[in-house]
Design a protein. Structure first.
Length: 204
């Protein structure tokens, strides 16, 4: 599971472990990632989703892979944004939120047996039609949602997507969507054989 060291990712990882999964915690934060892995009896792998070599190493570190949760993302609230941002800056947001999950999915499908699942975590920033502070983030999340529905299933591996609104993390405790709601949606999609191409929106 990517982006699993803290926040929503940690809550999802903890829930998957309670459901009996052997969780590989992948994140750029070695300290928090190692602590999360130790707390849930999982394994930590340092992985930067903008680095293709890291993504390949992450998938290789998960023998018997049956579920990939593409949770790593961000950059939507960190300036500068398009068009003030340089192509390298807004390109990094696309890499983290879209290109990385696409590569991880491609590698996971090749490694998974029939019946495996990929659950992408997007954002309502990708489906809104109002101006947004970070056009590159909104575009990346929109792309991740459409990537999910366009692929849906391949070689017996189903792909689905959770699309949460403003999540109540440690940084934003006043937000309306509890992290546990995202974890529940991930579990529901991961365990539903009919969830190929499904998009679950969580927005009050």
């Amino acid at each position: 599971m990517t982006g699993a060291a803290a926040g929503t990712g940690r809550v999802v990882a903890r829930r998957l472990a309670r459901e009996g999964a052997a969780v590989v915690v992948a994140d750029v934060d070695e300290s928090a990632g190692s602590a999360t892995a130790a707390a849930i009896g999982g394994t930590f792998v340092r992985a930067d989703m903008t680095e293709p070599g890291d993504v390949r190493a992450m998938v290789a570190a998960a023998p018997g892979l049956a579920l990939l949760v593409n949770n790593a993302g961000g950059g939507g609230h960190v300036p500068p944004h398009f068009p003030e941002a340089t192509p390298e800056q807004w390109g990094a947001t696309l890499d983290l939120n879209l290109r990385g999950p696409m590569l991880a999915t491609q590698l996971a499908i090749a490694a998974m047996p029939e019946g495996g699942a990929v659950v992408n975590v997007a954002s309502t920033a990708g489906i809104e039609d109002a101006p947004y502070v970070s056009p590159e983030y909104g575009a990346a999340k929109a792309g991740l949602i459409r990537f999910t529905t366009a692929l849906a299933q391949h070689d017996g591996v189903r792909v689905s997507c959770v699309v949460p609104g403003w999540i109540a993390t440690e940084r934003d405790p006043g937000a309306p969507i509890p992290m546990e709601a995202v974890a529940q949606a991930v579990v529901d999609l991961a365990t539903d054989d009919g969830a190929a191409g499904r998009v679950t929106i969580i927005d009050p």
